[in-house]
Design a protein around this ligand. Structure first.
Ligand SMILES: [Cu+2]
Length: 131
């Protein structure tokens, strides 16, 4: 097995573990990340692209196999694993309608960020590149 095939097979096995998917809107280049955990699907979509340092808004849509889910709580935090810090400004999340949330994250620097979404025994994680 050559290195390229090995890398491809590792990449595809990672995707199946995380049960994740990324789709890109051709016109806007906005990427929606979708993750499934324990029967719940969370779609995480930035409102603009590419992401830059400063304030950015995201839509979160939560559903199960049947319909939208209204969890007892939903908490969004951004973290920079390379530097071990979060955001300086607290993240603000509001419910737009049943199962739909808007969150405002202020990234205080460019780089790789991890967004953790905590809700009813599940912790979703999305990787983001901020320019
Ligand atoms: Cu940092």
């Amino acid at each position: 097995m050559n290195a390229r095939i090995l890398a491809l097979s590792i990449a595809s096995s990672l995707v199946s573990i995380a049960c994740g998917d990324t789709t890109t809107d051709e016109g806007t280049q906005i990427q929606t990340q979708t993750q499934v955990l324990d029967g719940w699907t969370l779609k995480f979509t930035p409102q603009t692209g590419p992401l830059t340092a400063g304030e950015e808004r995201f839509m979160l849509e939560l559903e199960d196999d049947v319909s939208v889910v209204t969890p007892s709580f939903l908490d969004v935090e951004a973290w920079m694993p390379m530097h071990g810090h979060g955001t300086m400004k607290p993240t603000e999340t509001r419910e737009v309608e049943m199962g739909v949330y808007e969150t405002k994250i202020t990234f205080n620097m460019p780089g790789l960020w991890e967004v953790k979404v905590d809700t009813d025994d599940r912790q979703f994680k999305f990787d983001l590149e901020v320019e």
